[in-house]
Design a protein. Structure first.
Length: 197
């Protein structure tokens, strides 16, 4: 009789664990937030000469050397769409880095009379898109008319470009996903791309 009781209790425990595991599994991969897009940590068309690093709320990548056709990947966060999504973007002249949070801001923090950020005590500094302004011509060419398209039924699109740097000094550009038919995620809406020989 004791063995039957242990058998029943063991069986109930196993069934409970199976149901609990299945219940968690059903919810593991469901995203029910708003549809957004963001830069991804993937580079395309490169086998050597690049590094991609996530730093706070932006991705940072560096490409070395000449590449005829490479790309930064953009991803859709949310369900696949029935139509192509065309995304808006631009290279911004400058951004501001909040050192304590390790995030990039489009506007400098509001300063108080002492010259410190009024909202919180942070260190920050301006960063310029030197790849856009320091060269003539610049060390990159945007391909595909600068269009980023996430095809219908897909999660990914690409910002395609070629590189032809002439200096060993790394030059940066800050690429911003703009508001469009799909909003950019606050996380990873800015990509810092470094280019050098």
């Amino acid at each position: 009789m004791k063995n039957i009781g242990k058998f029943i209790i063991s069986g109930l425990v196993i069934i409970s664990v199976v149901f609990a595991t299945q219940s968690c599994r059903d919810h593991d991969f469901i995203y029910d937030g708003p549809l957004v897009v963001e830069f991804s940590n993937m580079a395309h068309g490169l086998t050597t000469g690049y590094t991609w690093v996530g730093t706070g709320s932006f991705w940072s990548g560096e490409i070395r050397g000449t590449h005829a056709d490479t790309a930064i990947q953009v991803q859709l966060v949310g369900p696949h769409q029935k139509q192509d999504l065309t995304l808006s973007w631009r290279v911004v002249d400058s951004v501001y880095r909040d050192v304590s949070q390790n995030v990039l801001l489009l506007e400098p923090p509001t300063l108080n009379a002492a010259g410190k950020p009024a909202v919180r005590n942070i260190d920050f500094f301006a960063l310029a898109s030197t790849a856009k302004t320091m060269f003539n011509p610049p060390p990159y060419t945007i391909l595909n008319n600068g269009t980023i398209t996430i095809p219908a039924g897909s999660s990914f699109g690409k910002l395609r470009f070629s590189t032809a740097p002439t200096e060993t000094t790394v030059r940066f550009m800050y690429i911003l996903l703009e508001e469009g038919t799909v909003k950019p995620s606050p996380n990873y809406r800015i990509f810092r791309l470094g280019i050098r020989t």
